[in-house]
Design a protein. Structure first.
Length: 153
């Protein structure tokens, strides 16, 4: 026979564990509610912007993706199937977020070049941004091809 058979588990310890669990669940619920209830105060990029371009992405019949300037509708780049997986993955994430929110696909994506040469892509429909340098220089360069050097806004 073991010691647990002779002596019951202390009820005080069970009460304390229950209180800790209840406090944890309450704190998580309050934190989640506060995060959802506060809208951002500003949608603007806080760092100096050197230039930007508004882009729209379209699936083509051959499986490629056409990247067009939202302003002129000129084709900036045609991404063939199997190429530029990082660009496709970023766009898939943005599109999935739009679909989840029931937002139209018509709003352009904005690609910023900041003064310090970082690139940031923003979904203008949801105001979500991705700092592309965070994924490495090679991934940032994939998007840098979409921004003509002559575009200065």
């Amino acid at each position: 026979m073991s010691a647990i058979d002779k002596e019951p588990f202390p009820k005080f310890a069970l009460y304390i564990a229950g209180i800790v669990i209840a406090i944890t669940i309450t704190a998580a619920a309050i934190g989640r509610y506060q995060t959802l209830s506060h809208a951002p105060t500003s949608n603007a990029i806080q760092e100096p912007v050197q230039s930007y371009i508004d882009l729209q992405f379209y699936d083509d019949l051959d499986g490629s993706v056409l990247v067009k300037s939202a302003e002129t509708q000129a084709v900036v780049l045609k991404i063939m199937p199997g190429e530029d997986a990082f660009i496709r993955a970023v766009l898939r994430g943005f599109v999935r977020d739009r679909k989840a929110r029931g937002i139209s696909h018509a709003a352009p994506f904005r690609l910023y070049r900041l003064v310090d040469t970082r690139l940031v892509i923003e979904d203008t429909a949801t105001n979500k941004r991705i700092n592309l340098r965070a994924f490495g220089q090679t991934q940032q360069e994939a998007f840098a091809r979409l921004m003509p050097a002559t575009v200065q806004k």
